[in-house]
Write a protein that binds this ligand. Structure first.
Ligand SMILES: Nc1ncnc2c1ncn2[C@@H]1O[C@H](COP(=O)(O)OP(=O)(O)OP(=O)(O)O)[C@@H](O)[C@H]1O
Ligand SMILES: [Mg+2]
Length: 370
């Protein structure tokens, strides 16, 4: 039997060694990675009160729309929530980041918007999680804004597609979350996403011009609410690319919080090189480097998003079916999961007003079908 003093010293040394091991940056990162990858079993996110269709929009380019859609989508899915990500940007960055094929000819969102493919026919599984599916965008989508101009109910194409998809699925397979990644413009694609969504998530980059142009986005959302989708509202603001070394980042974050109050998530996404490297490997940062600060902050943001979703009231029952027979182009009954009452038909000028000059000519010219 060793002497008690010796045993105490040995035990203290062992404790210190363990402490030192977990104090090292690598060990701490490994622990964080383990939490991200395995916590889903012990710590799943709560289910939302109803299916949430969230449009991720900001007409400013490069603010983190795609990065946020991808990483929030992966986080929600890894933590147990069925999630569908729709890539509505012809650049196809969301599809790339999720490792989903999006070469010309791949069934994509273009086929659902312009041809009459169902969303189920263009939905692909992802390797990130069995809970995560993606509707990719091919470069064909670049022409869709022009092609849609003459299509019946062109602003409602995506909404109808999503509703048809939800309607067809048995309840236990319906996604809890549908995230739509918008292009950096306020054209017909973004308009479709605003008509399709119930909520808008606006990523705001913590830099000097962050709030510029935001007024235009907000007034477009107001117009859409007034004329095309009474259920839409801005529910979430996410601060992205926060650089803690600069005062400017804090000033912008404060300004955004003062302006938008509780809409702003407490979690802030830091500027982190692993976040920008991940898409190059067809991955989210959660799978590429789960222990990185980029990954853990997206998990925190998704956790907050899910916690807010859990507070939502369940969808009210669908309205009684109207007398007219249902057509494929115009579902008569909205599924119970989408409680917003059908919007009044827009006056022809509204789409042109929302879209600005991009397609205003043809819309104002009366080619917009009822
Ligand atoms: N937290 C971050 N840290 C470091 N780089 C980031 C972060 N978030 C995004 N990026 C990088 O910034 C660039 C723009 O991001 P992203 O593509 O998500 O923006 P976007 O708003 O979708 O752009 P676009 O308007 O072109 O669609 C990308 O190269 C991305 O990898
Ligand atoms: Mg993008």
């Amino acid at each position: 039997m060793t002497d008690p003093g010796e045993r105490l010293r040995t035990s203290l040394a062992a404790d210190q060694a363990v402490g030192a091991e977990f104090d090292s940056p690598i060990a701490a990162e490994a622990m964080r990675a383990t939490r991200v990858l395995h916590a889903a079993d012990q710590d799943p996110f709560p289910r939302p009160g109803r299916i949430r269709v969230i449009t991720v929009a900001n007409q400013k380019g490069g603010v983190g729309k795609t990065t946020s859609t991808v990483n929030l989508g992966v986080a929600l899915a890894m933590y147990g929530l069925r999630t569908l990500v729709i890539d509505l940007d012809p650049q196809g960055n969301t599809s790339t980041a999720l490792g989903v094929e999006h070469t010309v000819g791949t069934p994509s969102i273009y086929d659902a918007l312009v041809s009459d493919a169902t969303l189920a026919e263009v939905t692909h599984p992802t390797t990130a999680s069995p809970n995560l599916h993606c509707v990719p965008a091919t470069i064909d989508l670049a022409g869709a804004e022009i092609e849609l101009v003459s299509v019946v109910a062109r602003e409602h194409r995506l909404r109808r597609s999503i509703e048809g998809y939800l309607d067809e699925l048995p309840p236990e397979e319906r996604p809890h979350y549908v995230l739509i990644d918008c292009p950096p413009s306020l054209g017909l694609l973004t308009l479709n996403a605003l008509v399709a969504g119930d909520e808008v998530l606006i990523p705001i980059q913590c830099e000097y011009y962050a709030l510029e142009g935001l007024g235009q986005l907000l007034s477009n959302i107001d117009l859409v609410r007034a004329h095309l989708n009474p259920g839409i509202s801005v529910s979430t603001i996410l601060l992205t690319m926060y650089d803690g070394r600069t005062k400017l980042a804090d000033q912008v974050a404060d300004e955004v919080r003062n302006h938008f109050g509780e809409l702003v998530l407490t979690a802030v996404i830091p500027r982190n090189v692993r976040v920008s490297e991940a898409p190059g490997y067809g991955q989210s940062v959660l799978t590429y480097d789960p222990g990185s600060r980029g990954s853990t902050s997206y998990v925190e943001a998704a956790r907050e998003l899910a916690a807010r979703g859990a507070q939502l009231a369940p969808a009210s029952p669908p309205p009684p079916p109207p007398a007219q027979p249902r057509t494929a182009a115009q579902p008569a009954v909205r599924p119970a999961v989408r409680p917003v009452p059908p919007p009044p038909p827009p006056p022809p000028a509204v789409a042109a007003l929302v879209l600005g000059e991009s397609v205003a000519g043809p819309a104002a010219g009366g080619r917009h079908a009822p």
